[in-house]
Structures are given as C-alpha cells and as structure tokens.
Write a protein that binds this ligand. Structure first.
Ligand code: BES
Ligand code: ZN
Length: 598
C-alpha cells in the first residue's frame, strides 16, 4: 500500500483513473445529484481500488458488461470522508458507479430563489478545492492524479449548466420538462478543479475566447466590469507562455459564494462583490487567470504544497497588474497583501507550524489551515527569487518551469531541485529552506515601497495626533489608496472621528466591498451605531469568508455589537455556505473567552 496524499485514500499501487464520464441529474427538490460515473483506467485494471467519497449513497457498481463489482464503504472520517473500496475483476478498462449525493454535500451549495438576483429560480454551485470533489462524485480525489472528463447534466427547462469544461451541445432531457447540457474537458485536471453550476444564467461575449455568465439581472454589470479581460490574457501570455485552455470564461455567482474567486479551468467562478462599478477589483480576475499557468498547468502535489499554487499566483497576479496598470499599482497590491499576511501570522502565532510554507496536514482539514500565509509569504519568496536571479533570468526560469511540469503536480522538494538545477546558487542565497520549513516571515523578505504608499501610511499613522488628509488628497485617491489609508487607521475610533470619516469619504454607501468592509470593521468595532443597518445588510447577503471573518471578529469588541452579531448570525446562517457558517461559528466561539473591548 502506498498512500500519496494525506487527504486521500488514493493508493499509487492501484489502478489509475484517466478519464471520467459523468451523468448528473440535478434534483433541486431533494437537493441532490443523481449521479452515474464511469471511471476509465489508464491500463487494464484489476484488484482493489480505493476511492474517496463523502456522504455519497452508492447504489451500484458494475463493469462495462454489467457484471456487479463487490465494494465496501468504510467508516466516516470527519475530514476524509469514507473510503470506497472496489474489488475489480481482472483486466477491466472501466467501472461504472451509480450514486446519489447527500443534501449537505460539502462541495455543493443549493440556493433557494430568494438567494438569487432574480428571485424566481433555484441555483446550485460547487466548490471542490481542496477536498470536496468526493462529496459530488466518487474519485481518486488527490491533486497528484489528473483526469480528463465528459459530462451530461440534466436540469429543469429554463435553467443553464456550466462546468469547468468546454460545452459540447444541448439536447432534450430524459424526462419531459428537462434539458441535458453536455460538456467535454480534453485537458487533464486534478479533481479539485471539477466544477458545476446551474441556475438562470445568461452569457455575454467579451472577446472571441472569453464570455461572462451571470443571472440576467447582473450580466450587463458583469460584462462592463470585466471588459478588460482580453488585455489581461494577452499580457499574461507574454509573461507565462500561451494560454493552454482554449477559452477563458467566467461565472458570476450569487453573493453566498464563499470565496472571491475559484480558478475552475475554462470557467473561473467569481463573487458578485467584485462588481464595484468601477473595475477596481479586477485583481481577483487577474489572480484566477494567472492560475491557468500556476496551479492548473503546474499543480501542487498536495495541500501541504499549497504555496506552490497560491504564492506563485499572487506573484503572477501582481506581475499582470504591473503590466496593465504600472509598477505603482503593483506596490499597492503588495502593501495590501502585507496587511493580510500580518493578520494571518497574528491569528496563528509567529511560531505556529501553519506559518511555514511547507505544512504538515496529516489529520488537519485543509479548510482549517487556510490563511494568507501560503499566498503572501509564498509570493514574497517568489519575488525574492526573482530579485536575486534578476528579472530576465527568472522569467526564463519560469518558462522552463512551465514547460517541464505542465499538466503535472509537483512537491516543494521537486520545485527546489528544479530551481537548483536551473538557477544554481539562488535558493542558497535566499535561504529557501528556511522559507519552506521554518515558521514566520524571514527578515530577508522583500519590502515594497513607493512615495504614494509612504504618504498614505504616514497620514493614517498621524490620526491620533490630529493629522487629517485634505479634501484634495482624498479626492485624488484611487480605491486601493483609500483602502490602504483605512487599513492603517486605528482599529477603534471615537464618534467624532467616525463622523468625520463618513462625512469626508461617504464610506457606508460604497459599492467597493474591500473599502466598505474595511470601514465597517473600524466603525462596527467602535460600536458606531449609524453603520449597524449596513452591517446587517452585508452579513445577511454576502458569504465571502474574507469579509465575514473580520467583520464578525470586529463585532466581538463591544457588548452591543456582539448582541447584534449573534442576532444576525442566527437569522442569516441557514443561508450561509457550510464553509462560511463554520468560519463564523469559530470566530464567535472566541467572543466568550475574551472580555468586551479586549
Ligand atoms: N484557489 C483559491 C480559492 C481556494 C483556495 C478555494 C483554497 C478553496 C481552497 C483562489 O484562487 C483564491 O485564491 N481566491 C482568492 C483571490 C485573491 C487571492 C485575489 C479569494 O477568494 O479571495
Ligand atoms: Zn488563488
């Protein structure tokens, strides 16, 4: 037996799945997928095959000729789910499993019409990273293995399905009143990139290879916000090589989507909180697009090497930002990232093993280990490698890295070996091993500075001594500049200060969620009653964990805002995504242990 991933029952001594053929009937009434999957093997297979599954009801397992395959479902592990062991007869090329998903499948969120923009149709979306694909389909659910796939998805008429795949036609469904959408994904992907969404969707073309999908009520706004996508793809191709996935489409989800974005290949999933109306939040799109190279082409071997996906992608996102908006804009991105990094290090503690880049996650839920550390510490290591090697040499290295490892998964150690081969001496010069295996942020971390950034932080830092920005200064700020100013203000302000900020900057009415939430964190954390209705509105509507976590945490500071948080959570949590509900519950769990105002 040779397990290859602490988060999977996949065994490298057993047959490998090479292709999946999926047939999914979306049952909105029972909130389940009625599924059938055929696993096609890389070579004639026999003997035991261990698959990952979570909450699935297995109805039958059979060979292509219809012979039943013995199987057993192991006990439920709270993190891994249940091992599904098949005993394959000798020499078969494929096996078909019929199953249904559980209504609380961790990969799936089922939305009632009230949770959509149109309020008339239900909605379903998946979020499989890191280890939730197994609650949607029984598979070898590890990033070390890759599959191509085809799928048939049946929905009630009037709804549309999209997947992380190319569309392959539409036909009448098996029952009256249903339609079947066909998909084909010819590029091999790790199973965490399986993705499905279904709802009342409409598309708008943005370029010959890019379209944005959303509910009709938001699709125009989405098309306007992301109109610059082709320029980003072109700039990214110049940096990282040809775009390998044919199309780059995007889906704007209902607001309960728990992330900012998810790099599902060919179909990035996005939160509608990016629709600021001024294109100021497209850095998230740059990030998901960059994953088309760093993450989807070259993939982390396991969640323990997650920084290879996210650190590289944050670095790549800022290179795209630099190419589109110039170096000053990139510096602001690095400064905003520094704040997130500091907060994550503070949350875990500077000596916590979770602040290493290479983590040890045996027995640990990847969702619990999630933080800004692999993102921002990882990106800083990549920037340091870039500075040390020189940009030109590093860009050449990056191209050879993509060429060497395209469509494969690698570990931190394999990355290090390749780095040492192609850029000898660089890893030693930066102390890469310390970055990987030791806690905290090494003191040789690159620092990003600009005159604009210094001015903003000095202005904010002077708040308590009476320093205030002039109306002209404030009028000249871009959204990221305003965000940085707010991020550097004291966390707790008196009523007069808050009145002044609101009067001068009109913050409560902002549509840019980065700015809005930063303001609500300060104002809510200061027990400032005028923002309570807006806080309620945001926490009731939006499920993005990046916003829920700090906002609920800030409300813990005062008795009155705690009560507000408890009341809002009680009313809103039934509509939260499971991941979001869990994060908020853990934040609120800390309310009782620290006294108000602490
Ligand atoms: N792949 C991540 C989202 C993710 C990570 C989902 C781990 C599940 C487990 C995605 O690319 C991401 O990083 N999104 C960020 C965007 C930001 C860094 C620009 C987010 O959602 O905020
Ligand atoms: Zn990412």
């Amino acid at each position: 037996m040779a397990l290859i991933d602490p988060h999977s029952y996949a065994d490298s001594d057993q047959p490998r799945t090479r292709h999946l053929a999926l047939d999914l009937v979306v049952d909105f009434t029972e909130r389940q997928l009625i599924g059938e999957v055929t696993l096609h093997f890389a070579a004639p297979a026999s003997g035991p095959l261990d698959l990952d599954s979570k909450g699935l009801k297995i109805r039958s397992v059979a060979t292509p000729s219809g012979v039943c395959v013995p199987h057993t479902l192991g006990p439920a592990d709270p993190i891994l789910g249940e091992r599904l062991r098949l005993e394959l007869p000798a020499g078969i090329s494929a096996v078909t499993i019929r199953y249904t998903t559980s209504p609380d499948a961790t990969a799936l969120q089922w939305l009632g019409p009230a949770q959509t923009a149109g309020r008339r149709h239900p909605f379903l979306f998946s979020q499989c990273q890191a280890i939730h694909a197994r609650s949607m389909v029984p598979v070898q659910d590890t990033a070390r293995l890759r599959v191509t796939y085809e799928a048939a998805v049946t929905l009630p008429d009037g709804l549309v399905a999209v997947m992380s795949a190319g569309p392959d036609g539409v036909r009448p469904g098996p029952r009256p009143g249903t339609t079947t959408f066909l998909f084909r994904m010819p590029q091999a992907i790790p199973t965490y990139l399986l993705a499905l969404a279904a709802g009342h969707l409409e598309g708008r073309d943005l370029s010959p290879r890019s379209r944005v999908w959303a509910e009709p009520e938001v699709v125009e706004a989405a098309a306007w916000e992301f109109a610059g996508i082709e320029e980003m793809i072109v700039k990214a191709e110049r940096l990282f090589g040809p775009y390998e996935w044919d199309r780059y489409d995007m889906l704007v989800l209902p607001p309960s989507f728990p992330y900012g974005g998810m790099e599902n290949p060919r179909m990035t999933f996005l939160t509608p909180t990016l629709l600021a109306g001024d294109r100021s939040l497209v850095d998230v799109v740059a990030h998901e697009l960059a994953h088309s190279w760093t993450g989807n082409l070259v993939t982390n071997a396991t969640a323990e090497d997650f920084w290879l996906n996210e650190g590289f992608t944050v670095w790549a996102e800022r290179r795209i930002l630099e190419a589109v908006h110039g170096p000053e804009a990139a510096v602001l991105g690095w400064a905003i990232g520094q704040k997130a990094l500091d907060e994550s290090v503070a949350r875990f503690g500077a000596t916590s093993p979770l602040t290493r880049l290479k983590t040890q996650l045996s027995g640990v839920d990847p969702d619990e280990a999630f933080s800004s550390i692999p993102y921002e510490k990882g990106a800083r290591l990549v920037a340091l490698l870039e500075r040390t090697a020189g940009r030109e040499a590093f860009d050449r290295f990056l191209r050879s890295y993509m060429d060497m490892f395209r469509f494969t998964s690698i570990s931190t150690e394999e990355f290090l070996a390749f780095l040492d081969e192609k850029l000898p001496g660089v890893s030693a010069a930066v102390g890469a091993r310390r970055w990987f295996y030791e806690a905290g942020l090494p003191e040789n971390a690159p620092v990003f500075r600009s005159a604009a950034l210094e001015e903003l932080t000095a202005l904010a830092g002077g708040w308590t001594t009476g320093v205030r920005p002039t109306p002209e200064q404030m009028a000249g700020w871009t959204p990221p500049e305003l965000l940085i100013y707010l991020q550097h203000l004291p966390r707790e302000l008196d009523r007069e200060s808050l009145d002044w900020l609101e009067r001068s900057l009109n913050l409560t009415a902002r549509g840019n969620y980065e700015i809005l939430v930063e303001w609500l964190v300060i104002a809510g954390g200061s027990d400032y009653k005028p923002v309570f209705p807006r806080i309620r509105e945001v926490l009731t509507r939006v499920g993005r964990m990046k916003y829920l976590r700090p906002l609920y945490a800030a409300l813990g500071r005062h008795e009155r805002t705690r009560a507000l948080a408890v009341e809002i959570f009680a009313a809103a949590s039934p509509t939260y995504h499971q991941l979001s509900a869990r994060v908020v519950a853990s934040v609120m769990g800390k309310y009782s242990s620290c006294p108000p105002g602490a």
